[in-house]
Ligand binder design. Structure first.
Ligand SMILES: [Zn+2]
Length: 850
């Protein structure tokens, strides 16, 4: 089946009038679509899904309407209109009348509900059209290349707010308690960027960014939580106008928090929608990580207004460019806004997460052929966002930031209001840099995987060699090669020597002037590759960790653990290496260390958990006592977040009884006086109290989850409900994922979290097997898919067999190679377990006794 629409008739303009009825969760609509008929036709085909179309009529100038017969093809999400006479080429108006349902699946034109402080339920109608769900809102040519102008009218009850992509042009009272809100015309844009939001919403006062008003919208009573996002939005908007050298392409920017929202946010031009915790926050009571997330998401969506909305990929295979670029620009903007956050260092965590997936046999190239809508959904993953952003950063560093920006400007200038391909960006960057961009980039974009660079001594110099890095390939060489921009730094007698090279063959030698004390490859940390040092080089570098940059320390630990997962380094060597980091000051380095220990915890038997906990206490203890529980003078925001991170890990994974007792005390104090606990410590305290808690704590947290005053508070208590250890309590949490107590936007993630818990995974897996059909019906498709990511936590040969059988027996396909990736991640963990069981047991038993 060809999913692409014929281009014999193309839309130029839509005048869409929609009348949503929130009480009955239905809507009626009319679309007058100005089309250009390219060749004589007797039928017109466009997309429609879950719509009833009552009439289709074609007119030209003032001729009598030609009525067409209507056939809906639900399987292929198409509407076909056949006309009794041949339609001559030229401009026509196609008028369609239709009705639809505001669904509960969080896509298309859907219904979101919330309860106000008095417990009264309210409904909002909102849209989520990307990738292929505009067709659920109105019949349309639902492919990104069919750009058109949209003139939207929403007919709504007098007391409800109505928001769409552009500013309100005029309003008219209809005399029946409703009003028609007419919005100004949009720029020429793709259907997936159209948005409608209707409900009892309130907005902040606008902030003017140049001539563009910017507002934050929320349900009543939460307006005050929009201030931080407003500041982040205003900064980003101004930042991108400067960076891109082009004015904002719309006439206003509204940032809207929607209580039920499947993704994080959606870049509808001028009407950007968010889940509440990605937009609303009480800055004074929020942890650094929570603020960072909001700044990231807001900057990301605003970056899309140009890259994605003004210039759009021609087809979904190009979605990586949209998302990778917006991710890259998000980091750039946040780094410019809050340089003290050191956002590029933190990006190391995301980069290594992408490398984790990309080291699988079941990975895919960043860009690949996308046929059907399900494969298109599978594009929204770590490889698109994080690997994509990583390789763009690598290229930017290779070309130099100014040259790179020049290329981006050329690209936007050339393709604005239109569509473009990856090759168009390479062309623009090539024109700006006079370098052969495709030759450097194609291996990173169109081929799967990435290399490991092996570093050996070669006289006083070095020998570098490359091959593809894959967890399950052992020491075999796939023969695949990349053009790798390598930066390395060697410590010599009088300071440092830096070397830059493009490694494009099997190997290269690098001459160094004198014998180096230590050498760091991937200096600066921007390269998308792993480094495997010869043992003597690793030993020297491990002894010099205090002298290298945080991102380099991060990569050292992260690469070492990846080598362990691939069976290229013994696990105990990695555990020994972590002992070099007890005085570590950088939060991201700690994140990779803690994550690797949590991974090991999932593959050891219960009898070794005490040993691992002792090791965690040993590695973290020194830093935890240094940081203490209270804010110290001169501390940065990152230090505070680090305190929270370390307390959480030592109190949960480290099972530190003293820390747990203290956390209970702190929580009791918090109950009396909320201001008494620092914002970064509180989330850790909640997590620790849950891990060490029982029935009374569970009951309290569940209550607090339901009555939370901010989205962040709600999330903390929600995930704490998955952090208890008693099977009885965890069963209750599982029940809440299906009985409506936990929103369907969150429930799949709670289950994923439980699958990753050594206390909850058995229960959670059983629950998933029993209830997956109900989940498939209730959860938004994208989140339902993500839930299964959790199966990588089922580390055991028996579980692995069971998981494989489950997916085969039930014929579950998650789109693209997603399921194969999840199963292979599980295979990697089980292979690790089998390979390392004995040495790990010996090593961890010694920890216990010391
Ligand atoms: Zn995006």
């Amino acid at each position: 089946m060809d999913y692409r629409l014929p281009a014999t008739v193309v839309p130029k303009r839509y005048d869409v009038r929609l009348e949503p009825d929130l009480a009955s969760a239905t809507f009626a609509g009319e679309a007058v679509i100005t089309v250009e008929v390219e060749t004589t036709v007797t039928e017109i085909v466009c997309n429609a899904a879950e719509l009833a179309i009552q009439s289709a009529a074609l007119t030209r100038d003032s001729t009598v309407p030609i009525h067409g017969s209507i056939t809906l093809d639900e399987a292929n999400e198409r509407a076909r209109f056949v006309f009794p006479a041949a339609i001559a080429p030229g401009e026509w108006k196609l008028t369609l009348r239709f009705t639809g349902t505001l669904n509960d699946r969080l896509h298309g034109f859907y219904r979101s509900t919330y309860k106000d402080a008095a417990g009264v339920s309210h409904t909002i109608a909102a849209t989520q059209f990307e990738a292929t769900d505009a067709r659920r809102g109105f019949p349309c040519w639902d492919e990104p290349a069919f750009k058109a102008v949209f003139g939207v009218t929403l007919v709504v009850p007098e007391h409800l707010a109505a928001v769409s992509n552009c500013a309100v042009a005029r309003e008219e009272a209809l005399g029946d308690g409703r009003r028609a809100v007419h919005f100004a015309d949009t720029i020429r844009m793709s259907t997936y960027l159209v948005a409608f939001v209707v409900g009892e919403l309130e907005a902040t006062d606008p902030v003017m960014v140049g001539s563009t008003p910017l507002r934050v919208w929320s349900v009543p009573g939460k307006k005050h939580l929009g201030r931080f996002a407003l500041a982040a939005g205003a900064f980003s908007l101004a930042f991108f106008e400067r960076y891109y050298g082009l004015p904002y392409p719309g006439d206003k920017v509204d940032l809207l928090a929607i209580p039920d929202f499947a993704a994080g946010a959606m870049e509808n031009l001028g009407a950007i929608t968010f889940r509440e915790n990605a937009l609303l926050v009480n800055e004074a009571a929020a942890a650094h990580a929570e603020l960072e997330r909001i700044a990231d998401v807001v900057a990301h969506e605003v970056a899309h207004m140009w890259f994605g909305d003004l210039v759009t990929m021609s087809w979904w295979n190009g979605i990586w460019l949209n998302e990778a670029f917006a991710t890259f620009m998000e980091l750039m903007a946040v780094d410019a806004w809050k340089s003290e956050w050191r956002r590029w260092t933190t990006f190391g965590v995301s980069r290594s997460a992408a490398m984790h997936v990309d080291a699988l046999e079941a990975t895919r190239p960043i860009e690949f052929e996308v046929g059907n809508p399900q494969d298109c959904r599978a594009m929204f993953d770590l490889l698109t966002y994080e690997k994509g952003a990583s390789v763009l950063r690598m290229l930017e560093q290779h070309l130099g930031p100014d040259v790179f920006r020049e290329g981006v400007r050329l690209y936007l200038e050339r393709h604005r209001y239109a569509n473009a391909e990856t090759t168009d960006l390479w062309k623009a960057l090539g024109d700006a840099s006079h370098q052969p961009i495709p030759a450097i980039m194609d291996g990173w974009i169109f081929k799967p995987g990435y290399p490991v660079v092996t570093v050996d001594l070669d006289g006083t110099g070095l020998k570098l060699s490359q091959r593809r890095f894959q967890y399950l390939a052992g020491d075999t060489d796939s023969g695949q090669r990349w053009r790798i921009p390598i930066v390395l730094r060697a410590a010599v007698k009088r300071g440092y020597v830096e070397r830059r090279l493009l490694l494009d063959g099997d190997e290269a030698t690098v001459a160094l002037p004198t014998k180096a004390d230590w050498i760091v490859v991937n200096s600066g940390g921007h390269g998308f590759y792993r480094v495997r040092y010869a043992p003597s080089l690793l030993k020297k570098l491990a002894g010099a960790v205090a002298k290298i940059a945080p991102i380099e320390r991060f990569n050292l630990l992260s690469d070492a653990f990846a080598l362990v997962q691939a069976g290229l380094m013994p696990a105990v060597d990695h555990l020994d290496l972590t002992a070099r980091f007890t005085a570590e000051t950088d939060r991201n380095v700690w994140t990779t260390l803690n994550t690797s220990l949590a991974y090991v915890n999932r593959l050891i038997g219960d009898e070794l958990r005490g040993g691992l906990a002792a090791l965690v206490r040993h590695r973290l203890g020194e830093k935890v006592s240094l940081l203490g529980w209270e804010v110290q003078e001169g501390e940065s925001e990152l230090d505070r977040q680090l305190r929270g991170d370390l307390l959480r890990t030592i109190g949960t994974l480290g099972d530190d009884a003293e820390i747990q007792a203290r956390a209970r005390e702190v929580y009791a104090r918090y109950r009396e006086d909320e201001g008494s606990v620092e914002a970064n410590v509180l989330p850790a305290v909640i997590a620790i109290v849950a891990a060490a808690g029982g029935e009374p704590e569970y009951t309290e947290f569940r209550e607090r989850f339901k009555s939370a005053r901010t989205p962040q508070e709600e999330q903390r208590y929600l995930y704490a409900l998955a952090g208890f250890r008693s099977p009885e309590l965890l069963s209750r949490t599982l029940e809440m994922t299906l009985n409506g107590e936990i929103r369907s936007q969150d429930a799949p993630y709670v289950i994923r979290s439980l699958l990753g818990s050594v206390y909850g995974r058995g229960l959670a897996w059983h629950f998933v097997k029993q209830n997956w059909q109900a989940m498939a019906r209730q959860y938004p498709e994208s989140a339902y898919t993500r839930m299964f990511e959790g199966i990588a936590g089922l580390v055991g040969a028996e579980w692995e067999r069971d998981a494989r059988a489950f997916f085969t027996d039930n014929k579950i396909d998650l789109g693209g190679r997603t399921l194969a990736q999840y199963l292979e991640q599980l295979r990697v963990a089980v292979a690790f377990q089998e390979r390392e069981a004995e040495p790990l047991a010996a090593y961890l038993s010694r920890q216990k006794s010391r």
